[in-house]
Design a protein around this ligand. Structure first.
Ligand SMILES: [Zn+2]
Ligand SMILES: [Zn+2]
Length: 176
C-alpha cells in the first residue's frame, strides 16, 4: 500500500504523532494500512503532520517517492532525519522531555529509579495505529539507550519548550 502526501482538505484529522489537529490546507502524510476490522473500507489511513511522520514513522517516510518528496518543504532535511531514525530504531519513540514528577518510574536503560525532578525522556511505542506509553529513560542515559548522541532534533521536535527550558542539561547529557 502506498502512503500519501496531500494538502488537508479539512481541519478535522488529528495527527497520530503529536495528537494535535492538522489544519486545513496543511500538508499531511497518510499512512495507508489494511483495515484490521471486518467492517468498513479495505484500507485505513493514519494521518500525520509531514514533519511528525518524518520523526515518528521513519520507516514509512523513507519510502516516499521523489515526486512525493518534491512537494514537501525541507524534504531533504526531513528525509535525513527519517533515515537516521531507521538506522537508530529507538529514536521514533521519543515522545517528550520533562522533569520526573515523582520518584517511582524506573529507567528503561539503566533500570535505576528516576528520582523526582530529574530530567527524563518520555517514550512511546507505535502499535496498532497509535503511540502508547512505554516508560522513560534518564536524559543522561539517552545516548546509550538511543545509541546516538544526535538526540537534539528529536527532543526539540517532541518537546520544544522543555528542551529549551532544560537546554544546559540537554547539552551536558549529549556532550561527547
Ligand atoms: Zn503532528
Ligand atoms: Zn538511566
Amino acid at each position: 500500500m502506498t502512503d500519501v502526501v496531500e494538502v488537508a482538505s479539512s481541519g478535522r484529522a488529528k495527527c497520530r504523532g503529536c495528537t494535535k489537529t492538522i489544519a486545513k490546507d496543511d500538508l499531511r502524510f497518510g499512512e495507508r494500512v489494511a483495515n484490521p476490522f471486518a467492517e468498513g473500507e479495505a484500507e485505513l489511513t493514519y494521518w500525520f503532520h509531514v514533519k511528525c511522520a518524518a520523526y515518528r514513522r521513519c520507516e514509512r517516510f523513507v519510502t516516499l517517492t521523489p515526486e512525493q518528496l518534491a512537494g514537501i518543504p525541507d524534504a531533504g532535511l526531513l528525509k535525513e532525519r527519517a533515515e537516521h531514525g531507521v538506522a537508530h530504531h529507538r529514536l521514533p519513540r521519543i515522545d517528550g522531555l520533562e522533569r520526573a514528577k515523582s520518584g517511582r518510574a524506573k529507567c528503561k536503560h539503566c533500570k535505576e529509579t528516576i528520582e523526582a525532578q530529574v530530567a527524563r525522556v518520555i517514550l512511546a511505542f507505535w502499535e496498532e495505529g497509535r503511540f502508547g506509553p512505554m516508560g522513560f529513560v534518564h536524559l543522561t542515559c539517552g545516548p546509550a539507550y538511543f545509541e546516538t548522541r544526535a538526540l537534539l532534533p528529536w527532543l526539540d521536535h517532541a518537546a520544544p519548550e522543555a528542551t529549551a527550558a532544560l537546554a544546559s542539561e540537554v547539552s551536558a547529557a549529549l556532550a561527547g
